[in-house]
Design a protein around this ligand. Structure first.
Ligand code: GTP
Ligand code: MG
Ligand code: ZN
Length: 370
């Protein structure tokens, strides 16, 4: 079987592939099956990397959507190349995606809309680089959202403070971020001067995959271009007071860097909705540990007596901005869990109603016959 190993394949994937081989669900002719990594596309047709510089297009069968097995950028997939005009297997025509190998990690957010839904931003990423700029738009709470989602999906979050060529007090900005996010790696960069580039390169070892996320205009594509050592992506100045200039990048894409690391560039997001998983608990494990020591189990950490959380803040062991962010994000994650629970229950009710009404129809029919 031909595999695009230079796109981040590792021994762990060999094991997953072997599992698929041993599985009984496969009815296809294994001889034609190939392995590729999804580097682009999102709706119906996906672009796959199938060799160092070899690509093809492939579609999943429609039923994959209903079964929630839809591919995303970063996935390793098994596919059968399409047939050429002469009927031979050919990567020049659209192939069919048979299977998405189980994800090692994934970065998802809640998509804006009436019914809350998860949107997969990238999969099989080792690092989530959360990019922000040292200016008035910088938000610690938005940073927490990305960090929580990265943790929830099993990836390692890294804070990237870009455009440091525009400020003098890099150390103060770094200290502010580190006080709020103790233990998290913070890399101060400039896509203009190349500052911090060596640190990013050191993290992105050959075969590792990273994804750049953050608001529009923070310099995600500029950093990818810098690391790729060529202008593979379009970048653009932000036009003040004119929204048209924003959102230069419009699609998520996986790129291979010259030394064999992989990087996903994403379009800037306006909203970073949380999901109902473990992300907030993982990110704020320190706060939750403290909260467990409060006298009251329903302590809101405001004015309650014997509040371990407030005591930690007074002792300078916990940053007040961190607590504030935790309370806000925790409430949102709980709301999301209630939504998920509610929709699961309403689906169960609907299913039940359907069964009931079917039973009723049958009884009425039987009655009519009598
Ligand atoms: N001074 C300075 N400007 C930068 C730096 N990085 C990026 N820029 C500029 O910021 C603007 C936006 O950069 P992009 O790379 O397009 O930003 P982006 O995050 O990819 O934006 P979207 O694709 O819209 O999400 C461009 O004009 C860049 O030249 C930096 O480190 N310093
Ligand atoms: Mg961009
Ligand atoms: Zn408390």
């Amino acid at each position: 079987m031909k595999i695009a190993k230079s796109w981040g394949w590792s021994a762990a994937w060999d094991a997953r592939l072997a599992e698929w081989h041993d599985g009984a669900e496969r009815g296809d002719d294994a001889a034609d099956v190939r392995v590729g990594r999804v580097v682009g596309g999102a709706h119906e047709i996906f672009r796959l990397a199938i060799g160092d510089d070899e690509f093809c297009f492939a579609k999943p069968p429609g039923k994959a959507r209903a079964e929630a097995r839809w591919p995303a950028v970063g996935d390793w997939v098994l596919f059968v190349p399409g047939a050429s005009a002469s009927g031979e297997s050919s990567v020049d025509s659209d192939g069919t995606i048979l299977h998405v190998l189980a994800r090692e990690t994934s970065l998802q957010r809640r998509k804006a809309g009436k019914t809350p839904k998860a949107q997969v931003l990238a999969t099989n990423v080792d690092f989530v680089f959360v990019v922000g700029n040292p200016n008035e738009d910088f938000s610690l709470s938005r940073l927490d959202r990305y960090v929580a989602l990265a943790r929830e999906g099993g990836a390692e979050p890294v804070v990237v403070l870009n455009k440091i060529d525009l400020i003098d007090d890099v150390a103060a900005w770094r200290a502010r971020i580190e006080a709020h996010l103790p233990g998290l790696a913070v890399v101060a960069t400039s896509a203009r001067t190349g500052a911090g580039e060596a640190e990013l390169r050191a993290l992105l070892a050959p075969g590792k995959t990273g994804v750049f996320v953050g608001s529009s205009g923070v310099g995600k594509s500029s950093l990818v271009n810098r690391l790729a050592e060529r202008e593979i992506l379009e970048t653009q100045d932000i036009r003040e007071g004119d929204d048209k200039g924003r959102h230069t990048t419009t699609a998520r894409e996986l790129h291979r860097l010259p030394w064999g690391a992989l990087l996903v560039d994403t379009p800037g997001l306006r909203e970073v909705g949380l999901l109902g998983g473990e992300g907030v608990s993982l990110h704020f494990a320190d706060v939750e540990t403290l909260a467990a020591r409060c006298k009251f189990t329903d302590c809101r950490h405001e004015n309650e007596p014997h509040c371990a959380v407030r005591r930690a803040i007074e002792a300078g062991e916990l940053s007040p901005t961190r607590l504030e962010s935790f309370l806000q994000l925790n409430a949102e994650a709980e709301w999301m869990r209630a939504q998920e629970q509610g929709s699961a229950e309403s689906q169960e009710r609907k299913r039940h109603a359907k069964v009931m009404s079917k039973g009723l129809r049958v009884r009425l029919r039987q009655k009519g016959r009598r």
